[in-house]
Design a binder for this molecule. Structure first.
Ligand code: CA
Length: 424
């Protein structure tokens, strides 16, 4: 796809250096005022721009938008309007925020109604998530986990190089960054023991992932090709697929993850459009053996270069970076994931969320879970204050950050943050 991003444009709003939200990002999210009112908004520098207020004041007229489209609790209704509308809104916002445009810049009353410092509003769940699917698409991660629990030679199961493995998850417990959750309880068995006991999980872990949001529905029976897939994707978020490893180990055979995963998953509040990410497309890892025709990538540059960081903050301490990975490491791209998901005729809906699977890189400092970083607890993480972590303790906060950067510019995702609270 031809990029439409002009990296040289600047805004009349001050954009701090290395901000996640320059004028050529313009992600969408849902802001919540202190009085409980919600609105669709974009992020620019350290500000949010309320699109409901902006629309009411007439700045978005002639874009063919329904009157109350931005006075919503979720982005779904706007997303359902379709890709040409996403594009024209993005262009209009870029124009309004451009340093040479005076309409909003010089209208103090309108500015006060629409622009709010990020710390003056809360962020709400951006999407009413319909169906949630989690893939398992990092070769490094699958190899690490396979060699830990089987052996290095048989680390990848026979199907892994032929299809993007995935499972259907649960959407009710997907929460927005900043919302904390309680440590899950369940059946756990210490290694080598066959009789379970009931206990709070003793092996709480995070999984560094990204999610993509479906922007266009299909009918039952229809398939989406790798070539068409990008037209069905609205944008991307950071995603933490919290995992209770001890519950997982006991329950996952034969049908896969269940209660070890569905107690909470954290998404970042801003959805970055594929259009904004397009300039950061890069070559995806080579695939050997060759994949079946329906999984063939439409072109070489179907990965996206997004640096991903995991920070761990224990109580009364500063956050410490414990991993740096990259979305481009994924063996199966999101276009391939979507083509596989729909090849059997499974229909998709606006607001469905598909997560990448844990994104691990080739070296221990790029692993995407504590299971891998500590190698199942054998090499605990040593923190600056002398404490160690094999898995997460109560009071620990995990923060995922992500940004795409090239020589011309940088856009970011904000963060996906949550604290593990004691079991109820
Ligand atoms: Ca996962």
């Amino acid at each position: 796809m031809q990029t439409t991003t002009d990296f040289t444009q600047t805004s009349w709003i001050n954009i701090p250096e290395n901000s996640d939200f320059p004028i050529y990002n313009l992600p969408l999210g849902i802001i919540k005022y202190k009085n409980g009112k919600t609105a669709v908004a974009t992020a620019i520098g350290d500000y949010t721009l309320d699109l409901a207020a902006l629309h009411k004041l007439g700045f978005l007229k002639d874009l063919s938008l329904p009157e109350n489209i931005f006075e919503s609790r979720y982005l779904n209704d706007f997303i359902a309007l379709g890709k040409p509308i996403w594009h024209s809104l993005r262009n209009r916002l870029m124009w309004l925020l451009n340093i040479n445009t005076v309409e909003l810049k010089e209208n103090k009353q309108a500015r006060e109604a629409c622009l709010h410092k990020m710390n003056e509003v809360d962020m709400s769940m951006p999407i009413r998530v319909g169906d949630y699917t989690d893939f398992y698409s990092s070769k490094e991660h699958a190899t690490n986990v396979g060699s830990m629990f089987r052996d290095l030679k048989n680390a990848l199961l026979p199907n892994w190089l032929h299809l993007p493995v995935g499972y259907h998850g649960r959407s009710s417990s997907i929460i927005v960054s900043g919302q904390n959750f309680h440590r899950p309880k369940g059946q756990i068995t210490p290694p080598g023991v066959d009789i379970p006991s009931f206990s709070p999980s003793k092996a709480m872990d995070f999984e560094l992932e990204m999610g993509f949001i479906i922007g266009k529905q299909t009918e039952l029976g229809q398939s989406v090709s790798t070539k068409e897939a990008a037209d069905y994707i609205f944008g991307m978020t950071l995603f933490n697929d919290w995992s209770a490893r001890d519950i997982q180990r006991w329950e996952y055979v034969p049908l896969g993850p269940f209660l070890a995963k569905n107690f909470a998953s954290t998404t970042s509040p801003w959805i970055v459009s594929l259009e904004a990410l397009d300039p950061f497309r890069t070559k995806a890892p080579a695939q050997e053996p060759e994949v079946l025709p329906y999984l063939k990538r439409a072109n070489e540059n179907t990965a996206i270069d997004i640096t991903l960081e995991v920070w761990l903050q224990i109580e009364n301490s500063e956050p410490v970076k414990i991993s740096t990975s990259n979305y481009k490491y994924l063996y199966w791209t999101m276009e391939q994931q979507l083509a596989h998901h729909t090849i059997n005729g499974c229909n998709i809906n606006v607001g469905d969320l598909m997560a990448s699977g844990t994104i691990s890189g080739p070296t221990p400092d790029s692993f995407g879970s504590m299971l891998e970083i500590t190698w199942n607890g054998k090499n605990p993480i040593k923190l600056p204050n002398g404490e160690e972590r094999k898995f997460l303790q109560d009071g620990d906060t995990v923060i995922i950050k992500g940004y795409a950067q090239n020589e011309k510019g940088r856009i970011g995702f904000g963060e996906a943050r949550a604290k593990v609270l004691p079991a109820l």
